[in-house]
Design a protein around this ligand. Structure first.
Ligand SMILES: Cc1cc2nc3c(=O)[nH]c(=O)nc-3n(C[C@H](O)[C@H](O)[C@H](O)COP(=O)(O)OP(=O)(O)OC[C@H]3O[C@@H](n4cnc5c(N)ncnc54)[C@H](O)[C@@H]3O)c2cc1C
Length: 498
């Protein structure tokens, strides 16, 4: 299996790097760190990626799972940022991960107000113009259009009947954590060593100190890329972040009439912030999202949505629903910390904080911190970071190749359609779906689509080592706690099989 993160490979990688030397140590196995590892490895640099818990253990699995063209940036007049987002969306959908990203219609119903839909139509058309201006953008999505009452009922049956609306299109990831796993495995296929359960505790000149479940070790590095997200300040105390919490709740799709579009309702009083009811391939709907400042240091543990955030999400979407949602409808909830860079942050070491792009790239000695940005733009951030590393080391190819580098499982849509494996597995594993199917089609828990084969594949090829790796990251059964409880014995059994 290409780039397999098997238990045997982990043992080999650990033995190879402990006490050894690499060009780059990447700290953090979220989308940013995995993207940096891939960019660096594919330019010929030797790479060690250290992730303290598991791939996608941090913010990267708590997103809204949108690969978006930056409509909100347009609302703030940030055309450059919107173009970058649209370009990266086209790269993911057209070249690097067509299996993981699907086009998703967004419905803004007239029930939210005619002024709201008029603005959405304008924004959507501007977004289309930006999309047309980037390579591969033109054919990637259908255009924005007004729709009648019948279409509204067809797209989101739960909306109060009678009015029309506006539909615009964007990209949706089947699962954000799967993008991170695909990136890490593709990096491994290019020679990167990927260690989960490996915490970087200190950087002392060229010496990088790492603790693992097995033993501590030191590795010498030409450069260290700090992609530790909201925890990046621990290795680079000079950078300043203002994290905020974003929350979602999980409801059964049937409560909104099993929608095929993302219902989009503006937050009262805002022209650029929306609550989305995002249909998922497994029949659930994620309702998000909030933006709450976080005081003090960010804890290691997962965030939880506050009561007021849950109320805000339900109240906003209920404005347009025929039958309002209540707390009794919730089957789960999740929250994550956004790694936001403080405006005006004075980065150490004469570095630049490019705040218009909302990410920070800052050298401090041998450590380059790359923090902020969006999941959608991870590749562009990684490219910029590795450009800086290559310039400093004087080694590695000067130009990134990742805009054309297909991730494991990726193939053109026509080839994916011909695979003959269940469409759900193709959407999550691409060309590897038949191999996953062959490992066992039995459901992990009755009434859910995940298979035992997916758990086995995760242990054998995707670096999963614990029940949480299996249920909270390689699959997302954990988003519904009652289902997770039922799945634990199966996950334990698969781990015991090895
Ligand atoms: C609620 C919410 C919704 C969002 N929705 C979207 C969206 O729909 N689309 C979009 O494009 N963006 C979205 N974003 C933004 C996006 O999710 C983040 O920008 C992105 O995931 C950040 O990734 P990261 O790799 O930088 O950080 P993380 O994913 O947090 O990764 C950092 C990793 O570093 C590890 N780590 C920390 N310290 C150490 C150490 N010392 N040693 C080793 N490892 C360490 C952590 O365990 C973690 O896994 C959303 C964000 C939030 C909060």
């Amino acid at each position: 299996m290409i780039g397999s993160l098997s238990p045997a490979r982990r043992t080999r990688d650990l033995a190879a790097v402990a006490g050894g030397a690499v060009d780059v140590v990447v700290v953090g196995g979220g989308v940013t760190g995995a993207g940096v590892a891939l960019d660096a490895a594919s330019r010929g640099l030797s790479v060690l990626l250290c992730e303290r818990t598991d791939l996608a253990a941090g913010t990267s699995r708590w997103s809204s799972k949108l690969v978006h063209g930056g409509l909100r940036y347009l609302a703030h007049g940030e055309l450059g940022l919107a173009r970058e987002s649209a370009r990266e969306r086209a790269v993911l959908m057209g070249a690097t991960a067509p299996h993981l990203v699907r086009p998703l219609p967004f419905l803004v119903p007239d029930a939210a107000g005619r002024d709201v839909t008029a603005l959405a139509e304008l924004g959507g058309r501007l977004g289309d113009a930006v999309r047309f201006s980037v390579p591969g953008g033109r054919r990637s999505l259908p255009p924005t259009r007004r729709v009648g009452a019948a279409d509204v009922g067809r797209l989101v049956a739960g909306v109060r009947p009678g009015g029309g609306g506006v539909v615009f299109w964007d990209g949706q990831l089947v699962d954000d954590a799967r993008l991170v796993v695909a990136l890490a495995r593709t990096a491994a296929a290019h020679g990167a060593r990927v260690l989960t359960g490996a915490t970087v505790t200190a950087v002392d000149g060229a010496d990088v100190h790492v603790t693992t479940d097995d033993r501590p070790f030191t590795v010498r590095a030409g450069a260290v890329v700090n992609a530790a997200g909201v925890w990046a300040q621990r290795l680079a105390p000079g950078i300043r972040l203002v994290p905020s919490r974003g929350s979602h709740v999980v409801v059964p799709g049937v409560r909104l009439g099993s929608p095929s579009a993302a219902l989009t309702v503006p937050l009262p009083g805002s022209r650029s912030r929306y609550v989305f009811a995002l249909p998922q391939p497994d029949g659930l709907v994620y309702l998000g999202l909030t933006d709450e400042p976080v005081e003090g240091a960010v804890p290691d543990d997962d965030a939880t949505p506050a009561d007021a955030e849950v109320a805000q999400l339900l109240d906003t979407v209920n404005r347009v629903l025929a039958e309002p949602l209540t707390r009794a409808d919730l089957v789960g909830a999740y929250a994550g910390y956004r790694p936001l860079v403080l405006p005006g942050a004075a980065a150490p070491g004469g570095a630049t904080a490019d705040l218009s792009r909302r990410h920070l790239l800052a050298w401090d000695g041998p450590v380059l911190s790359v923090v902020g940005g969006k999941l959608t733009t991870y590749r562009a951030m990684a490219e910029e970071a590795v450009d800086a590393v290559v310039a400093r080391l004087g080694r590695g190819a000067a130009r990134s190749v990742t805009a054309r580098l297909a991730l494991v499982g990726a193939a053109p849509r026509v080839a994916l359609d011909r695979l003959g494996a269940p469409p759900r597995l193709v959407a999550r594993y691409g060309t590897e779906a038949p191999a996953v199917e062959a490992l066992g089609p039995a459901p992990v828990v009755a009434g859910r689509p995940e298979t035992v084969g997916e758990l086995r594949f995760a242990v054998r090829h995707e670096g999963a080592r614990t029940v949480a790796d299996l249920l909270d990251r390689r699959t997302r059964i954990g988003l519904v706690p009652a289902d997770r409880e039922r799945a634990v014995p199966v996950a334990e059994q698969v781990l015991a099989e090895g």
